[in-house]
Design a protein around this ligand. Structure first.
Ligand SMILES: [Zn+2]
Ligand SMILES: [Zn+2]
Length: 154
């Protein structure tokens, strides 16, 4: 079998995205074993999910900010920050929570929900700075790779 790009070179590995045959040269082009199209489409989805999570954090920050503003500016910033981190913490909690809530009575659900919200907020406080940095990085990386691929430099 010959490479999808170079019909004189033998395939050494298959693209992890679509299974197309890649020669050594193509396989070495990117860090992940992907053909150009798969890399680009991976970038698009990584970038859009990074953007989405930044937007959600931003909206929650504004909500928390407005909520806290009735007491003081400082409280507004803190509330904004705490709320912005809740989705992150929520996801982390989901990973470690078993599905036992399904058998709880309604009151149990409410208590569990409040409890989960508080734990999520607490975890989010620590995760937010790293997460935002990572999301921005991801957007940057996908931008540079796209440019490099377009310029044929990689
Ligand atoms: Zn592919
Ligand atoms: Zn090739």
């Amino acid at each position: 079998m010959k490479c999808y790009m170079h019909n004189d070179l033998d395939v050494i590995v298959q693209c992890h995205g679509c299974g197309k045959g890649l020669c050594k040269e193509c396989a070495d082009r990117f860090e992940a074993i992907l053909c150009e199209q798969c890399l680009l489409s991976n970038n698009v989805s990584a970038k859009s999910s990074a953007k989405k999570s930044l937007i959600i954090a931003g909206v929650l920050f504004i909500l928390g900010f407005n909520f806290g503003l009735s007491s003081s500016f400082m409280a507004a910033v803190i509330w904004g920050y705490i709320l912005a981190g809740v989705p992150l913490g929520w996801k982390a909690v989901n990973k470690i929570t078993p599905n036992f809530i399904l058998i709880l009575p309604i009151m149990g659900w409410v208590i569990f929900f409040v409890y989960k919200f508080v734990v999520s907020a607490a975890i989010g406080i620590f995760m937010t700075p790293f997460h935002i940095k990572r999301m921005i990085n991801e957007i940057k990386i996908s931008k540079t790779t796209n440019e490099q691929v377009a310029a044929g430099k990689m």
